[in-house]
Design a protein around this ligand. Sequence first.
Ligand code: ADP
Ligand code: ZN
Length: 295
Amino acid sequence: MYYGSIEAGGTKMICAIGDENGNILDRFTTPTKTPGETVPLMLSYFMNKAKEGMKISSLGIACFGPIDLNKSSDTYGYITTTPKTAWMNYDIVGEFRDTLEVPVGFDTDVNGSLLGEVTWGSSKGLTDVVYLTIGTGVGGGIMSGGNLVHGMMHPETGHILIRPVASDPYPGRCPFHNNCLEGMASGPAIGERWGKPAAELMDKQEVWELESDYIAQALMSYILILSPQRIILGGGVMHQEQMFDLVRAKVKEKLNGYIQTSELDNMEDYIVPASLNDDQGIMGGIKLAMDALES
Ligand code: ADP
Ligand code: ZN
């Protein structure tokens, strides 16, 4: 059986065909332009593969947002109020379902990555996990009691308010909230605060001390509210691997002994990097496709 997967991102679209073990058998990547330019290329990919014998039984789409995940809504399966205006109110699920004539599973990009990690990655088998990506934006997927959390829409864990450190004059760059986590700690926020792209600030210890503090504040809230068994950190900014130990230490310091669990005693296993070589999103899409076929 072949399953189709799409990781729909703001800069690129990855299409892939995989099997029930999460193996990626083939893939195609194309830049995210407008739906009129990009979607026909994606559809052609799956249709050409079908002619070559790799006909997919279902498709999973892990998509940038905001998106409508409410199955009883008229706009279920749409990309909704995205700042990428060409994609605003675009019926991405409908387009692929109607043209390829297969069941389509749909979730956020971050829930997709989380699903990949708990199905085939180092968090396999866990039921309560947070996946946070810190890149151009900040977003998070949540699994609680074995279910991906959607609620009234989907969580927006990147937009929780952060308490600025007294020595940091930076006001934050989120147009909605200024000093939310994304406003204070995204890659572009680091670049704007320090006057240089984040990737070029490797040697400046104070940059990563401050960044770790803001990430740790957010993780403390997630831990207190969601009681996760593990937190996975991904995204371009987390390529600064020295931050993992800083974040672990600051989370411990901020919790200040209030919660005592074996997980928190073992921070190396509690706050971890993604484990699937940046394929967690596309692998999560395969699982979304498998689940769509079953239901
Ligand atoms: P996106 O969020 O667009 O999907 P990424 O997760 O790769 O993509 O995030 C891109 C952001 O990550 C950029 O803002 C960039 O500044 C930052 N970034 C990329 N590489 C590094 C690095 N090595 N160190 C710190 N920041 C980085
Ligand atoms: Zn915000």
